[in-house]
Design a protein around this ligand. Sequence first.
Ligand code: 15L
Length: 269
Amino acid sequence: MTEFPQKPILLTGASGNLGRMLAKALATEGFALKLTDIAPFPDPLPAGASFTRVDLNDGVALLRLAEGCGTILHFGGVSVERPFEEVLGPNIRGLYHVYEAARREGARVVFASSNHSIGFHERSETIDADCDFLPDGYYGLSKAYGELMGRMYWHKHGVESVFIRIGSAIPEPVDARMLASWLSFPDLARLIVRTVVTETLGGCRVIWGASANERMTWWGKDGREQLGWAPRDSADGFAGQLAGKVSGDPVTERYMGGAYCAIEYSRKD
Ligand code: 15L
């Protein structure tokens, strides 16, 4: 069990893969949860949780839902590369609704950002969290915008944020790239607990969302110390079976964002 008292947590994107995993993990820790998604919640509701179907484009519904919440875990929206018009509503307008709700409630936002906000950094580099944004598509761009929006809400309204630049959060790594980018579900769940229970942040913190992948490391310094989080799992043990699992595409293999960088890539030089 975790330290309390805690106000309820609002979790957007609750019906997605990460949302479902987090709903279960946080309920097990005893947190009171308000779950929401545009899609129905596919699992039995965990103890202490309610579910309300809301479109992130509906700011009034989101404000109402956030009433009384101390943290908003924002995992909703488009989670893969899509055309600009599809990303715009959920990931830009929706994000604004999340931040307005946080401002109204004095809540903290934990934003599921992505490695695709920095996807065009080359794999030969090791980058710290204060590196340049180099988004690799409209999806990654929406994540960079989200982090910037969070900064604006801190400086203007005192809303604290944690931006987790999630690598590849799936049960097990499946290709060579994920020897660097993999984030295990238990490491993510433990990180989220720390983002909720850490009392004061005094601003915005960026965390690289990767497990302790020491064989292949692209990501250096970040804000984890203040949160008291360190990953415990590692993709290293999968190296034997995955090291040769590469795409053969030079753009995909050159950059951290992998295949997202190659989508509609048209540069000639
Ligand atoms: C992400 O941000 C996506 O949500 C996920 O589907 C994966 O593509 C992941 O990044 C990744 O880069 O592996």
